[in-house]
Design a protein around this ligand. Structure first.
Ligand SMILES: [Fe+2]
Length: 357
């Protein structure tokens, strides 16, 4: 492999310049804070040929990118666990796990799937590219690598990563808001986390795609976000609402949808927020949809929401045991409230888990 050595690279000693500012997707980071603290984006080079790895690293460092070079998939995995980079340059052929295998694994992992990966392939490597696309690679560089091509690819993918990070952060802010809404009602503590876990488990049990699973997880936190506009005195009553109070309470799905609508990354979550109080017989709100008119994702969230509500003590009712909750939900599904098939799938999943445990 031949790499163009940039003239300025020789005068810049390759040194570690890793950022100390790290975004934690589960913690609150305001958009204002994010913009103020914009950090240097880091790059991980995975290349078994030591000379090539050093040259690539020198080229990137010469442009001000904090870069770490490693020589195998195992070292790359350790480095990613230590600190996730913003971009990975990944050689195809390496001893041990190949670049394709590592790429596929990183793209299937929800924690690393949004890190752009550029695969480094040989000159006549049409087949390499097809394999790389199948593994989920975002772009390719062909050996010998020209510095212009390298910096063009790296620049555009890092820009894209910056936007993705901002969207992720906005999601995280909204999910934190969802938790703060939950915190206003001491009887629903932990409800959002349990819902997110049950809903994603049921989604996986039903073999849904990863995008739907992510939407279900966010839906667990965001479905009641609209309650942010419901006054405390109504929220704390739980039941026995006056007709006027009930009208205010019934607005929360539409309010939540309106708050989240500007974020395109929440596209699949919007129906969950809007329709999580619809009933199969059309008696729910806000749209009075019937059975098949209610999209699948809100029907899934609804089933796990009801189960968790039945299993939890509230001011106006005791907690039910698992068997009692199952009997109640099956009866309510038969009477036209919930999706019978999904209720059956949910309990099949729980029963299977109980057998394994
Ligand atoms: Fe709700």
């Amino acid at each position: 492999m031949g790499l163009e050595r940039p003239s300025e690279a020789m005068s810049v000693p390759p040194r570690e310049r890793r950022t100390t500012f790290s975004l934690q997707s589960s913690s609150y980071v305001g958009m204002g804070d994010l913009l103020a603290c914009r950090r240097k984006q880091s790059i991980l080079v995975v290349e078994d040929n030591e000379l090539n790895a050093v040259l690539l690293k020198e080229m990137l460092v010469s442009r001000g990118y904090p870069t770490v070079a490693v020589h195998s998939a195992a070292e790359a995995e350790a480095e990613i666990r230590r600190e996730a980079p913003d971009l990975i340059l990944l050689d195809v052929i390496m001893p041990g796990k190949t670049g394709y295998e590592l790429c596929r694994e990183l793209k299937q992992d929800p924690i690393t799937r949004l890190i752009p990966i550029v695969m480094i392939t040989g000159l006549s490597a049409q087949e390499d590219r097809v394999k790389g696309i199948e593994a989920g690679a975002d772009d390719f560089l062909t050996k010998p690598i020209s510095s212009e091509e390298l910096f063009a690819r790296v620049g555009s993918l890092l820009k894209l990563k910056e936007f993705t990070d901002e969207l992720e952060t906005a999601d995280s802010v909204l999910c934190t808001l969802g938790l703060s809404v939950e915190a206003r009602d001491p009887y629903t503590e932990g409800h959002c986390e349990r819902l997110a876990r049950y809903a994603t488990d049921l989604g996986r049990f039903l073999l849904l795609d990863e995008e739907s699973i992510v939407a279900l997880q966010r839906g667990g936190y965001l479905h009641d976000l609209g309650k942010i506009r419901v006054p405390d005195k109504i929220l704390s009553k739980g039941s026995d609402l006056t007709p006027e109070e009930w009208e205010i309470m019934k607005q929360h799905p539409v309010t939540g949808e309106n708050i989240c609508r500007p974020l395109k990354s929440l596209r699949l979550v919007l129906p969950i927020i809007r329709h999580h109080h619809e009933h199969s017989d059309g008696s729910g709100y806000p749209d009075g949809l019937r059975a098949g008119e209610i999209p699948l994702l809100p029907r899934i969230l609804q089933v796990v929401d009801i189960y968790d509500a039945l299993r939890t003590e509230r001011p106006y009712k005791p907690a039910l045991g698992h068997e009692q909750a199952a009997v109640t939900m099956r009866a309510e599904a038969q009477s036209g409230l919930w999706d019978e098939e999904l209720v059956a799938e949910f309990f099949a999943m729980l029963d299977k888990r109980r057998q394994v445990a």
